[in-house]
Design a binder for this molecule. Structure first.
Ligand SMILES: NC(=O)C1=CN([C@@H]2O[C@H](COP(=O)(O)OP(=O)(O)OC[C@H]3O[C@@H](n4cnc5c(N)ncnc54)[C@H](OP(=O)(O)O)[C@@H]3O)[C@@H](O)[C@H]2O)C=CC1
Ligand SMILES: CC(=O)[C@@H](O)[C@H](O)COP(=O)(O)O
Ligand SMILES: [Mn+2]
Length: 407
């Protein structure tokens, strides 16, 4: 069966999701073509190599100073490939903090946003405003943008890449919206599953980076160790599928084979199960609603296996409860939650903050925000979200430096 080739602009191409996406695209040239790549500028050699390998027309790099490195890297890569001068095309280079946003609005069929953190927000808005299908891995942009993002998206314009939300979207195909009883979001439980708060007091960044089942970028990996990732994912599920928070539950599933489930009013639960491999949800998002044959290995049912499910330990991991409160508050509260988290994760990974202080600080910054004028309602604007994000980062920094480090 022939397919129309879909042109893709990939934001965050040098990262974990980005590189897995390029692997998938390379294996399906009859379906997908890369027309644009964006990265931060931390790895110009890899970005140049990717651009030459894909023939991307345009390359965007956030660090303005990286443009020169990129140019040099293109020629070095071309030389390494044995290309003569006329054999390769130097792509257009966009450089600066808004380069990815400019690229996201360029002609294509799909923008896959795989930037990490709040930095992906403007590009998400630009892709939606340009009418592109947005394959969304950058969960933070939806979560902090909330209604600002949701009201710019046409029905079906945002397709989830996040494994749990891809699973939920698949299971939701099994019934009508009014037949949904609840969403069950699964969590690996992270590297510290089973520990008490006291037993996590002195864990190191290296320990937090040892995710039990997934290999991911540093921010989402640290967020999985505090369960902040799961809290973010509950808000993401609420925004994507319009299910109230009280009907979204988290269950710990250490094997990370069931990627989430939908329970219907008749008592039936539909689950999506596959070995933990992000190429499957990436492929489904790019091919939606079609499935891409061979996207990732399936479960080997000839082998014995055990799947476990446990209730979440809210005492040891309060971030999910906090995220639900923040999500229900809405407005700029999610931006404050996420901004404080990104600041504290950076401090923890740099060895400047103890692990328990990540969620403790988020809790305190969120509480201060709730009591301040800035959290008033009304139509959310980009300026208000960015201001709340910046305030939260500053406040988190103040609380965790100058001897005020929380327990
Ligand atoms: N990794 C995974 O398995 C999963 C990830 N996600 C989500 O997907 C997103 C990406 O995660 P992951 O791939 O792990 O992250 P990584 O840290 O591995 O990669 C982040 C990518 O974003 C680029 N980047 C950072 N800032 C900018 C910017 N301002 N403009 C353009 N590019 C930028 C980085 O470029 P550079 O290399 O130059 O710094 C890098 O290519 C996150 O939101 C994460 O929560 C969701 C589910 C699973
Ligand atoms: C693969 C993916 O979607 C990640 O968000 C993953 O879910 C993180 O694992 P946790 O379940 O430990 O948060
Ligand atoms: Mn996930």
């Amino acid at each position: 069966m022939t397919h129309t080739v879909r042109d893709i602009i990939l934001l965050g191409s040098t990262g974990s999701i980005g590189t897995q996406t390029l692997d998938l695209v390379a294996r399906n040239p009859d379906r997908f073509r890369i027309v644009g790549l964006a990265a931060g500028g931390g790895n110009p050699e890899l970005l140049a190599e990717q651009a030459l390998a894909t023939g991307a027309r345009t390359v965007a790099v956030a660090k303005g100073s990286a443009a020169q490195d990129l140019n040099l890297a293109f020629y070095a890569s071309a030389k390494k490939r044995g290309y003569s001068a006329g054999e390769f095309q130097i792509p257009e280079i966009l450089a600066g903090p808004d380069a990815a946003t400019e690229l996201a609005a360029r002609a294509c069929d799909i923008v896959l946003n795989a930037i990490d953190g709040a930095a992906g927000l403007k590009a998400t808005l630009a892709a939606l405003d340009a009418g592109r299908t947005l394959a969304l891995a950058n969960k933070e942009s939806l979560i902090i943008g909330g209604d600002l993002v949701a009201r710019r998206a046409k029905p079906g314009q945002i397709v989830p890449v996040d494994s749990e939300h891809s699973a939920l979207a698949q299971a939701l195909r099994g019934g009508r919206a009014e037949e949904v009883e609840k969403l069950i979001v699964t969590a690996s439980g992270g590297p510290f599953r089973g520990r008490t708060r006291a037993e996590m007091a002195d864990v190191s960044p290296e320990q937090a980076m040892k995710h039990p089942t997934w290999t991911m970028g540093p921010l989402v990996t640290c967020n999985s160790s505090t369960l902040v990732n799961k809290g973010l994912e509950v808000i993401e599920a609420h925004l994507l599928f319009d299910v109230p928070f009280e009907r979204i539950e988290v269950v710990v599933h250490p094997q990370s084979i069931v990627h989430s489930m939908v329970q219907f009013v008749d008592g039936s639960t539909l689950a999506q199960a596959s070995p933990p491999d992000m190429r499957l949800p990436i492929a489904l998002a790019l091919g939606w609603p079609d499935r891409i044959p061979g996207a990732a290995p399936a479960i080997d049912w000839t082998k014995a296996s055990t799947w476990e499910f446990f209730p979440l330990d809210d005492e040891a991991f309060p971030s999910v409860r906090l995220a639900k409160q923040v999500g229900a508050t809405g407005g700029t509260a999610p931006a404050v939650f996420n901004g404080a988290n990104e600041e504290c994760v950076a401090a923890f990974l740099a060895g400047r903050l103890r692990f328990p202080a990540i969620v403790d600080t988020i809790e305190r910054v969120v509480a201060e925000h709730a009591g301040s004028a800035r959290s008033q309602g009304g139509d959310l604007t980009l300026e208000a979200v960015l201001e709340a994000d910046s305030w939260a980062r500053t406040r988190a920094r103040e609380l965790t430096t100058g001897g005020q480090t929380l327990s």
